[in-house]
Design a binder for this molecule. Sequence first.
Ligand code: TYD
Ligand code: MG
Length: 457
Amino acid sequence: MAKTKTTYFCQNCGTQSAKWIGRCPSCNEWNTYVEEVVSKGDDLKIPGISSTSTQRASKPQLVNEISLSEQHRIKVYDKELSRVLGGGLVPGSLILFGGEPGIGKSTLMLQVALNMKNLKVLYVSGEESEQQIRIRAERIGINNPNGYILTETATQNIFKQIELLQPNLVIVDSIQTLHSAYIESSPGSVSQIRECTLELMRYAKESGTAVFLVGHITKDGSLAGPKVLEHMVDTVLQFEGDRNHVYRLLRTTKNRFGSTNELGIYEMQGSGLREVTNPSEILITAREELVSGVAIAATMEGLRPMLIETQALVGSAAYGTPQRSSTGFDLRRLAMLLAVLEKRCGFRLGIKDVFLNIAGGIKVEDPGIDLALVCAILSSNEDIPISPKVCFAGEVGLSGEIRPVNRIDQRISEAQKLGFEHIFISKYNKKGLDVKSYHIKITMVGKIEEVFGLLFG
Ligand code: TYD
Ligand code: MG
């Protein structure tokens, strides 16, 4: 049996070395050497692939003649996941599913495995024992006669079992625990993660089986392991949310088979993750009395309109330096909004503490939330509540102007559907908008001062 040969390569300039070295002699970068397999002694046995098939050269084909039947997707019973994936699973796709520890990745993946009753599903776990997974399955309370669990971390052994079982869907939890016999470094290292992903990618592509890879996320929010992992896979899903809150958001940061704008929402319950089909109702608190510092934003998350409660607390700074803190919203953008209020509109907020919160522990990226945030800040500053029947959709520019937002008609319809009576939008959104078709009152504004006058004046 020929021996496997590995060499170390500089990830920066590509210089090769037989041994690992800390500093590349060619480009002088530190810590860039990574082990890579140069030749595999005994050919890797990947189910569904004969060793000759990789040597088959492909021929050019006319675009029009390529059959569309490959577009067929596997139905996913989880509606949120299905939508985020772009309408089901594409056979042969490799999907990376990332998230912080304890956010619920294993729970969601097990739920998917148990829900796909029409498929033979193999759930490979390198993190938990069979018993632990069984207990979790009991908790989730779904039963799948075609669901198999394998606790294994060596890729060669996993492929052996796949060969025997011939599953239609494979879930690997997690990529950081796998190791390939071809590489000496420990599981979780860059070279191991890369090699294991490559092997799984070859398996997925050549056998046409969809594969989910669970990946951990480091503190700074990037997937632990090399960035190349994200380049290699077809789809990158991110599971995020505040662990102390019950809501979890599922986003795509890359999708070769669909849009990356879609968002899925789940609620973590005692019996697993529940799909949230009407997010607006849970993101707005029903209050008995009016409070200042609360404003509702009509936002879009992907193609989905959503009404979200924004909260602000403005108070005199207790210490010399005013505090600025924000949950669920970019702190730098908050600083910008405060600067606009100070400089363009003359509100003296520079000496005040400002705290901001988006209800439900979710993160919002839509700039259309700006206007609601500004109104929440002003409401808290004036200590005058805003009616709970009013909502806002507009971006705030550096000169204090209220800029138009996309899909305004969808935002207005959603607000109307949820029983709001009044919505403030940018006057630049007027074009093409049929105001008469809505019974909700629509006020178009161009500057923050106008909104201020209408709300608190
Ligand atoms: P888990 O899926 O293990 O997270 P990850 O794989 O991302 O590390 O989920 C862990 C948390 O989810 C744990 O703190 C308990 C909670 N949980 C529930 O609240 N309800 C449930 O039904 C399950 C299975 C877990
Ligand atoms: Mg887990």
